[in-house]
Design a binder for this molecule. Structure first.
Ligand code: MAV
Length: 326
């Protein structure tokens, strides 16, 4: 009877193998947001385009709503080649692995959307990409982003006096804390998924973020004041784990690189176009009260030495100058 069971099992296995001849490659992605967020839409687009350009079988398994954690977890997963293969990451969440990478997303780096567009459509950031690949084993396949980050707080902040000593959450890279410290705030690095509670508990009085994410995660419920410091236009690389990437066939790798570039352009257009619309939606719904910041020009002057010092510390003085003058 044992013989019979073995035979039946073998036949079963043979049928299973016939049913799925060459099993499809599955690539897993992660988003901290739901399907309405531009990052999620960009990653969906990335999957669609890859499928379009690749002749073989590839499936995308994109996990939403922070099911797999937040960006600071994703960066570890990508580095180790576990749990996820691709995502979109803030450069400042990759600082632990590649200290120079936050330069591409420093507050007050870009003059305006045109400047940001010019930089992202050039290859000026390639030395930073190389460091990320060498030190973190993470490959940048495209650039999304395009939201403008403002202060969002539980009390009104409209000038330098009101900003002074303001406890706020910043992303984990040291340069982020240094910049907000230089303009008089009291920054602390808190994990993104703990920020809402930290504001509610009074640990901090707010954060800085872009409209798409403020709306998606409803930060306005605990911090309804938006101050238009417009300090950052976001750069959000679409990233792939080097360990996963190297295992893929060459034609799939090529499809991913092409799709990443195009999905990035799609995401940048979408997020930059929707940014003001989303802010207005929240204002019209009475969710946020938006005000200007009285001394914005002064902020630039206060921050420049901090940017210079950071660039010097990572040997990127020339690169920073090249970005500024682009
Ligand atoms: C926004 O949700 C995004 O820019 C995301 O990439 C960042 O990680 C997040 O803010 C944050 O502030 O940590």
């Amino acid at each position: 009877n044992l013989k019979k069971i073995v035979k039946a099992t073998l036949i079963g296995a043979a049928f299973a193998a016939l049913a799925s001849p060459a099993s499809a490659t599955t690539l897993r992605g992660a988003s901290m947001f739901d399907g309405n967020h531009t990052f999620t839409k960009t990653m969906v687009k990335f999957g669609e385009l890859t499928n379009q350009y690749y002749k073989g079988d590839v499936e995308f398994d994109l996990r939403l709503n922070g099911e797999l954690g937040v960006e600071k977890d994703y960066v570890t997963y990508l580095n180790q080649g576990i749990a996820i293969d691709y995502t979109i990451l803030a450069p400042s969440n990759m600082a632990r692995f590649a200290p120079s990478i936050p330069l591409m997303d420093m507050p007050f780096l870009f003059r305006d959307l045109d400047h940001w567009n010019t930089v992202l459509s050039s290859n000026i950031l390639s030395p930073l990409e190389k460091e990320l690949s060498d030190k973190a084993d993470i490959v940048i396949v495209g650039y999304a982003g395009g939201g403008t980050r403002n202060l969002i707080s539980n009390k009104k902040i409209s000038n330098l006096q009101e900003l002074s000593g303001h406890k706020m959450r910043v992303m984990g890279a040291p340069i982020q804390a240094q910049v907000f410290d230089a303009i008089g705030a009291a920054p602390s690095a808190i994990a993104y998924n703990e920020v809402y509670n930290a504001i509610q508990a009074g640990v901090v009085g707010g954060l800085e973020n872009e409209a798409a994410s403020i709306q998606n995660l409803k930060f306005y419920e605990v911090a309804p004041y938006v101050t238009k410091t417009a300090h950052t236009i976001t750069v959000r690389p679409i990233v792939f784990s080097g360990k996963s990437f190297r295992k893929l066939p060459a034609d799939l790798q090529a499809a991913i690189m092409k799709a990443g570039k195009e999905a990035g352009a799609f995401g940048r257009e979408l997020e930059s176009r929707e940014d003001a619309i989303k802010l207005k939606q929240m204002a019209d719904a009475g969710q946020v009260k938006v005000s200007d910041f009285a001394n914005r020009e002064q902020l630039l002057v206060m921050v420049k030495p901090v940017q210079d010092k950071f660039a010097a510390s990572i040997g990127a003085t020339e690169l920073l100058e090249a970005i500024r003058t682009k």
